[in-house]
Design a protein around this ligand. Structure first.
Ligand code: UDP
Ligand code: MG
Length: 313
Protein backbone atom coordinates (compact mmCIF):
# COMPACT_ATOMS: atom_id res chain seq x y z
CA UNK A 1 0.00 0.00 0.00
CA UNK A 2 1.52 3.31 -1.08
CA UNK A 3 -0.92 6.06 -0.24
CA UNK A 4 -3.80 6.41 2.19
CA UNK A 5 -6.12 9.39 1.98
CA UNK A 6 -7.97 10.18 5.22
CA UNK A 7 -11.08 12.36 5.03
CA UNK A 8 -13.30 13.34 7.99
CA UNK A 9 -16.94 13.82 7.14
CA UNK A 10 -19.67 15.30 9.23
CA UNK A 11 -22.94 15.81 7.39
CA UNK A 12 -21.41 16.16 3.95
CA UNK A 13 -24.04 14.21 1.99
CA UNK A 14 -24.03 16.83 -0.77
CA UNK A 15 -20.29 16.69 -1.22
CA UNK A 16 -19.16 13.08 -0.97
CA UNK A 17 -20.05 11.96 -4.48
CA UNK A 18 -18.23 14.76 -6.24
CA UNK A 19 -15.36 14.53 -3.79
CA UNK A 20 -14.90 10.85 -4.47
CA UNK A 21 -15.09 11.39 -8.22
CA UNK A 22 -12.40 14.05 -8.37
CA UNK A 23 -10.22 12.25 -5.86
CA UNK A 24 -10.44 9.02 -7.80
CA UNK A 25 -9.47 10.63 -11.09
CA UNK A 26 -6.38 12.14 -9.47
CA UNK A 27 -5.35 8.95 -7.68
CA UNK A 28 -5.95 6.63 -10.63
CA UNK A 29 -3.77 8.84 -12.80
CA UNK A 30 -0.89 8.46 -10.35
CA UNK A 31 -0.73 4.73 -10.95
CA UNK A 32 0.10 3.69 -7.43
CA UNK A 33 -1.56 1.60 -4.82
CA UNK A 34 -3.98 3.62 -2.73
CA UNK A 35 -6.89 3.53 -0.32
CA UNK A 36 -9.40 6.19 0.60
CA UNK A 37 -10.52 6.19 4.22
CA UNK A 38 -13.73 8.10 4.73
CA UNK A 39 -14.35 8.71 8.41
CA UNK A 40 -18.00 9.40 9.09
CA UNK A 41 -17.90 11.46 12.25
CA UNK A 42 -21.41 10.68 13.46
CA UNK A 43 -23.26 12.29 10.55
CA UNK A 44 -27.01 12.60 10.99
CA UNK A 45 -27.74 13.04 7.29
CA UNK A 46 -27.28 10.54 4.46
CA UNK A 47 -23.50 10.76 4.33
CA UNK A 48 -23.09 7.12 5.30
CA UNK A 49 -25.60 5.87 2.70
CA UNK A 50 -23.80 7.84 0.02
CA UNK A 51 -20.50 6.38 1.17
CA UNK A 52 -21.83 2.84 0.97
CA UNK A 53 -23.02 3.56 -2.56
CA UNK A 54 -19.56 4.77 -3.48
CA UNK A 55 -17.90 1.78 -1.86
CA UNK A 56 -20.09 -0.68 -3.74
CA UNK A 57 -18.24 0.14 -6.94
CA UNK A 58 -14.85 1.20 -5.65
CA UNK A 59 -12.87 -1.25 -3.60
CA UNK A 60 -10.27 1.40 -2.75
CA UNK A 61 -12.76 2.85 -0.31
CA UNK A 62 -12.74 2.10 3.42
CA UNK A 63 -15.46 3.59 5.58
CA UNK A 64 -14.87 4.17 9.27
CA UNK A 65 -18.00 5.07 11.14
CA UNK A 66 -17.69 6.75 14.52
CA UNK A 67 -20.43 6.17 17.05
CA UNK A 68 -21.18 9.84 17.46
CA UNK A 69 -19.75 13.17 16.49
CA UNK A 70 -16.32 13.30 18.08
CA UNK A 71 -14.87 16.18 16.08
CA UNK A 72 -12.41 16.52 13.25
CA UNK A 73 -9.28 15.70 15.25
CA UNK A 74 -10.75 12.44 16.54
CA UNK A 75 -11.89 11.56 13.03
CA UNK A 76 -8.35 12.06 11.74
CA UNK A 77 -6.99 9.94 14.59
CA UNK A 78 -9.40 7.11 13.74
CA UNK A 79 -8.35 7.28 10.09
CA UNK A 80 -4.65 7.27 10.98
CA UNK A 81 -5.12 4.24 13.15
CA UNK A 82 -6.46 2.25 10.21
CA UNK A 83 -4.34 3.65 7.40
CA UNK A 84 -1.88 1.31 5.72
CA UNK A 85 -0.11 3.71 3.36
CA UNK A 86 3.54 4.68 3.50
CA UNK A 87 2.28 8.18 2.85
CA UNK A 88 -0.86 9.42 4.54
CA UNK A 89 -2.76 12.34 3.06
CA UNK A 90 -5.44 14.26 4.90
CA UNK A 91 -8.00 16.63 3.46
CA UNK A 92 -11.41 18.12 4.18
CA UNK A 93 -14.51 16.47 2.82
CA UNK A 94 -16.30 19.61 1.68
CA UNK A 95 -14.37 20.16 -1.56
CA UNK A 96 -12.65 23.24 -0.15
CA UNK A 97 -9.32 21.46 -0.64
CA UNK A 98 -8.53 20.37 -4.17
CA UNK A 99 -7.49 16.76 -4.83
CA UNK A 100 -5.49 18.01 -7.82
CA UNK A 101 -2.89 19.32 -5.37
CA UNK A 102 -2.14 15.79 -4.16
CA UNK A 103 0.57 14.96 -6.74
CA UNK A 104 2.43 18.12 -5.73
CA UNK A 105 2.36 17.13 -2.07
CA UNK A 106 3.39 13.56 -2.83
CA UNK A 107 6.37 14.79 -4.82
CA UNK A 108 7.61 16.77 -1.82
CA UNK A 109 7.33 13.84 0.56
CA UNK A 110 10.33 12.38 -1.21
CA UNK A 111 12.41 14.96 0.61
CA UNK A 112 10.34 15.80 3.68
CA UNK A 113 8.51 13.89 6.40
CA UNK A 114 5.56 16.25 6.48
CA UNK A 115 4.25 18.48 3.72
CA UNK A 116 1.62 21.01 4.65
CA UNK A 117 -0.73 22.86 2.33
CA UNK A 118 -0.92 26.62 2.45
CA UNK A 119 -4.20 28.17 1.39
CA UNK A 120 -2.61 31.35 0.12
CA UNK A 121 -5.77 32.55 -1.61
CA UNK A 122 -8.15 31.42 1.06
CA UNK A 123 -11.82 31.54 0.10
CA UNK A 124 -13.50 31.94 3.45
CA UNK A 125 -15.31 34.85 5.13
CA UNK A 126 -12.89 37.46 6.50
CA UNK A 127 -14.14 38.26 10.01
CA UNK A 128 -15.34 34.85 11.12
CA UNK A 129 -12.53 32.82 9.51
CA UNK A 130 -9.54 34.51 8.00
CA UNK A 131 -8.94 37.10 10.70
CA UNK A 132 -9.11 34.69 13.67
CA UNK A 133 -6.98 32.21 11.81
CA UNK A 134 -4.44 34.91 10.93
CA UNK A 135 -4.09 35.66 14.64
CA UNK A 136 -4.03 31.97 15.55
CA UNK A 137 -1.35 31.21 12.94
CA UNK A 138 0.80 34.03 14.23
CA UNK A 139 0.40 32.83 17.84
CA UNK A 140 1.06 29.19 17.00
CA UNK A 141 4.22 29.95 15.11
CA UNK A 142 5.49 32.23 17.89
CA UNK A 143 4.73 29.71 20.62
CA UNK A 144 5.79 26.50 18.91
CA UNK A 145 8.69 27.95 16.94
CA UNK A 146 7.53 26.12 13.78
CA UNK A 147 7.21 28.54 10.90
CA UNK A 148 4.18 27.68 8.79
CA UNK A 149 1.80 30.16 7.16
CA UNK A 150 -1.31 28.06 7.54
CA UNK A 151 -1.75 25.57 10.38
CA UNK A 152 -5.46 25.14 9.73
CA UNK A 153 -5.09 23.67 6.25
CA UNK A 154 -6.27 20.07 6.34
CA UNK A 155 -4.54 19.16 3.11
CA UNK A 156 -1.31 17.62 4.30
CA UNK A 157 0.88 14.65 3.50
CA UNK A 158 2.72 12.68 6.14
CA UNK A 159 5.20 9.91 6.01
CA UNK A 160 3.80 7.04 7.97
CA UNK A 161 6.28 7.28 10.87
CA UNK A 162 5.17 10.84 11.61
CA UNK A 163 1.61 10.04 12.52
CA UNK A 164 2.05 6.63 14.06
CA UNK A 165 3.59 8.09 17.21
CA UNK A 166 1.05 10.80 17.83
CA UNK A 167 -1.57 10.94 20.50
CA UNK A 168 -4.26 13.31 19.22
CA UNK A 169 -7.16 14.92 21.04
CA UNK A 170 -8.97 18.26 21.38
CA UNK A 171 -8.29 20.47 18.37
CA UNK A 172 -4.77 19.13 18.15
CA UNK A 173 -4.63 18.08 14.53
CA UNK A 174 -3.43 21.53 13.57
CA UNK A 175 -0.48 21.13 15.94
CA UNK A 176 0.78 17.90 14.40
CA UNK A 177 3.68 19.77 12.77
CA UNK A 178 4.63 21.28 16.11
CA UNK A 179 4.25 18.06 18.06
CA UNK A 180 5.96 15.99 15.41
CA UNK A 181 8.86 18.39 15.14
CA UNK A 182 9.83 17.13 18.54
CA UNK A 183 10.65 13.82 16.85
CA UNK A 184 13.09 15.60 14.59
CA UNK A 185 11.05 15.48 11.39
CA UNK A 186 11.46 17.84 8.44
CA UNK A 187 8.54 19.99 7.35
CA UNK A 188 7.77 21.59 4.02
CA UNK A 189 4.97 23.89 2.92
CA UNK A 190 3.39 24.18 -0.53
CA UNK A 191 0.79 26.55 -1.88
CA UNK A 192 -2.47 24.80 -2.55
CA UNK A 193 -5.77 25.84 -4.06
CA UNK A 194 -8.75 26.65 -1.88
CA UNK A 195 -12.37 26.90 -2.89
CA UNK A 196 -15.37 28.41 -1.17
CA UNK A 197 -17.71 25.89 0.39
CA UNK A 198 -20.44 25.39 -2.17
CA UNK A 199 -22.64 22.85 -0.45
CA UNK A 200 -23.46 21.94 3.11
CA UNK A 201 -22.66 24.12 6.11
CA UNK A 202 -19.44 24.86 7.94
CA UNK A 203 -19.31 23.08 11.29
CA UNK A 204 -17.34 25.68 13.12
CA UNK A 205 -17.76 29.06 14.73
CA UNK A 206 -15.55 31.54 16.54
CA UNK A 207 -15.47 29.43 19.70
CA UNK A 208 -13.13 27.10 17.87
CA UNK A 209 -10.45 29.81 17.97
CA UNK A 210 -10.71 29.76 21.75
CA UNK A 211 -10.38 25.99 21.89
CA UNK A 212 -7.43 26.17 19.56
CA UNK A 213 -5.68 28.64 21.85
CA UNK A 214 -6.29 26.46 24.91
CA UNK A 215 -4.87 23.48 23.05
CA UNK A 216 -1.90 25.61 22.09
CA UNK A 217 -1.14 26.19 25.76
CA UNK A 218 -1.33 22.43 26.37
CA UNK A 219 0.94 21.67 23.44
CA UNK A 220 3.49 24.23 24.56
CA UNK A 221 3.41 22.89 28.07
CA UNK A 222 3.76 19.27 26.97
CA UNK A 223 6.43 20.15 24.46
CA UNK A 224 8.72 22.08 26.75
CA UNK A 225 7.99 21.25 30.34
CA UNK A 226 6.26 17.93 30.65
CA UNK A 227 9.49 16.17 31.51
CA UNK A 228 10.57 18.81 34.00
CA UNK A 229 7.54 20.29 35.77
CA UNK A 230 9.47 21.53 38.79
CA UNK A 231 11.69 23.59 36.53
CA UNK A 232 8.58 25.12 35.05
CA UNK A 233 6.65 25.90 38.21
CA UNK A 234 9.64 26.31 40.50
CA UNK A 235 10.79 29.77 39.38
CA UNK A 236 7.27 31.19 39.81
CA UNK A 237 7.10 29.59 43.25
CA UNK A 238 10.46 30.88 44.36
CA UNK A 239 9.80 34.35 42.92
CA UNK A 240 6.44 34.68 44.53
CA UNK A 241 7.53 33.19 47.84
CA UNK A 242 10.61 35.39 48.05
CA UNK A 243 8.63 38.56 47.34
CA UNK A 244 6.13 37.53 50.01
CA UNK A 245 8.98 36.90 52.41
CA UNK A 246 10.47 40.38 51.79
CA UNK A 247 7.12 42.07 52.33
CA UNK A 248 6.52 40.15 55.54
CA UNK A 249 10.05 40.90 56.73
CA UNK A 250 9.51 44.60 56.10
CA UNK A 251 6.23 44.54 58.03
CA UNK A 252 7.80 42.58 60.88
CA UNK A 253 10.56 45.18 61.23
CA UNK A 254 8.00 47.97 61.23
CA UNK A 255 6.07 46.21 63.96
CA UNK A 256 8.97 45.14 66.15
CA UNK A 257 11.26 48.14 65.89
CA UNK A 258 8.89 51.01 65.18
CA UNK A 259 5.87 49.70 67.00
CA UNK A 260 3.57 50.37 64.01
CA UNK A 261 0.22 48.67 63.75
CA UNK A 262 0.31 46.31 60.74
CA UNK A 263 -2.91 44.36 61.31
CA UNK A 264 -5.05 46.38 58.91
CA UNK A 265 -2.57 46.92 56.11
CA UNK A 266 -3.28 45.59 52.61
CA UNK A 267 0.42 44.89 52.22
CA UNK A 268 0.16 42.23 54.92
CA UNK A 269 -2.48 40.43 52.91
CA UNK A 270 -0.39 40.64 49.76
CA UNK A 271 2.69 39.28 51.54
CA UNK A 272 0.81 36.30 52.93
CA UNK A 273 -0.86 35.67 49.57
CA UNK A 274 2.45 35.65 47.74
CA UNK A 275 3.95 33.17 50.21
CA UNK A 276 0.97 30.83 49.88
CA UNK A 277 1.02 31.07 46.08
CA UNK A 278 4.76 30.37 46.14
CA UNK A 279 4.25 27.23 48.22
CA UNK A 280 1.46 26.16 45.85
CA UNK A 281 3.66 26.49 42.80
CA UNK A 282 6.47 24.47 44.34
CA UNK A 283 3.89 21.89 45.37
CA UNK A 284 2.54 21.72 41.83
CA UNK A 285 6.04 21.27 40.47
CA UNK A 286 6.78 18.44 42.90
CA UNK A 287 3.47 16.76 42.20
CA UNK A 288 4.27 17.03 38.50
CA UNK A 289 7.65 15.41 39.06
CA UNK A 290 5.94 12.50 40.78
CA UNK A 291 3.46 12.10 37.92
CA UNK A 292 6.25 12.15 35.36
CA UNK A 293 8.18 9.58 37.33
CA UNK A 294 5.26 7.22 37.77
CA UNK A 295 4.38 7.66 34.10
CA UNK A 296 7.82 6.74 32.91
CA UNK A 297 8.10 3.81 35.24
CA UNK A 298 4.78 2.33 34.22
CA UNK A 299 4.79 3.20 30.53
CA UNK A 300 8.41 2.36 29.81
CA UNK A 301 8.08 4.61 26.80
CA UNK A 302 11.40 6.03 25.75
CA UNK A 303 11.77 9.79 25.81
CA UNK A 304 13.78 9.68 22.62
CA UNK A 305 13.16 8.51 19.09
CA UNK A 306 15.73 6.39 17.30
CA UNK A 307 16.38 7.16 13.65
CA UNK A 308 17.93 3.83 12.83
CA UNK A 309 20.08 1.16 14.35
CA UNK A 310 23.12 0.03 12.46
CA UNK A 311 23.95 -3.47 13.39
CA UNK A 312 27.23 -4.72 12.00
CA UNK A 313 26.69 -8.29 13.12
N1 UDP B 1 -15.77 17.69 10.34
C1 UDP B 1 -15.83 16.51 11.06
N2 UDP B 1 -16.31 16.55 12.34
C2 UDP B 1 -16.72 17.72 12.93
C3 UDP B 1 -16.61 18.92 12.19
C4 UDP B 1 -16.13 18.87 10.90
O1 UDP B 1 -15.48 15.44 10.57
O2 UDP B 1 -17.15 17.66 14.07
C5 UDP B 1 -15.25 17.66 8.96
C6 UDP B 1 -16.17 18.32 7.93
O3 UDP B 1 -17.12 17.42 7.43
C7 UDP B 1 -15.17 18.75 6.87
C8 UDP B 1 -13.93 19.09 7.68
O4 UDP B 1 -14.06 18.41 8.93
O5 UDP B 1 -14.87 17.68 6.01
C9 UDP B 1 -13.77 20.59 7.89
O6 UDP B 1 -14.92 21.12 8.47
P1 UDP B 1 -15.57 22.50 7.99
O7 UDP B 1 -15.54 22.59 6.51
O8 UDP B 1 -16.90 22.63 8.64
O9 UDP B 1 -14.57 23.56 8.60
P2 UDP B 1 -14.16 24.97 7.95
O10 UDP B 1 -13.64 24.69 6.57
O11 UDP B 1 -15.41 25.78 7.94
O12 UDP B 1 -13.10 25.49 8.88
MG1 MG C 1 -14.60 23.66 5.09
Amino acid sequence: MNVSVVIPLYNEEENVLELHKSLKSVLDALALEYEILFVDDGSTDDTLLKLQDIQSDDNHVVIIVLRRNFGQTAAFAAGFEHAHGDIIITMDGDLQNDPRDIPKLLERTKHHDLVSGWRKQRKDPFFSRRLPSFIANWLISKVTGIKLHDYGCSLKAYRREVIKNLNLYGEMHRFIPAVASWYGITIDEVETAHHPRRKGASKYSLTRTLRVILDLITVKFLQSFSTKPLQFFGPFGIGSGFLGFLISLYLTIEKLFYGKDIGGRPLLLLGILLIIVGVQFIGMGLLGEMVVRVYHETQKKPIYVIKKIIDSK
